[in-house]
Design a protein around this ligand. Sequence first.
Ligand SMILES: [Fe+2]
Length: 133
Amino acid sequence: MLEESRRSKLESRLKEVFSDYRELAGGKNYRYHHLRSSRKYAVKLIETVDEEVDEKAVEIAALFHDIGRSEDIKDGYLDPIKAHEGHAETGERIVEEHIGDLVGGKTPGKSKASDRKPSLGARINRRQNCPRL
Ligand SMILES: [Fe+2]
């Protein structure tokens, strides 16, 4: 499990990104609450799995799985149904830029590719042996 202080920092960054906007079905600041709920459910699911699981990776992935949608907020509104080309890549870039320092990725100030660890998304995909979608 993520330490309380680390989880709190990650959730604070989500709150900064997903505040002061509306969604059709979820209303005001829906995405922030959805992401926090997703993390809680992911933790409960982990408890039911009889295999070794990287709990921190699952928690972080659950918290940030919709971060790419933050760039779809226009004039205080997010359309959750609209198809978004390259949505996963957008999310991966945002995670690296905004929380890379909190999850072991890019360190602020280091911009050369040779200084960077593989992206969080790449590490999760590699760990889970997932195909790139
Ligand atoms: Fe979601």
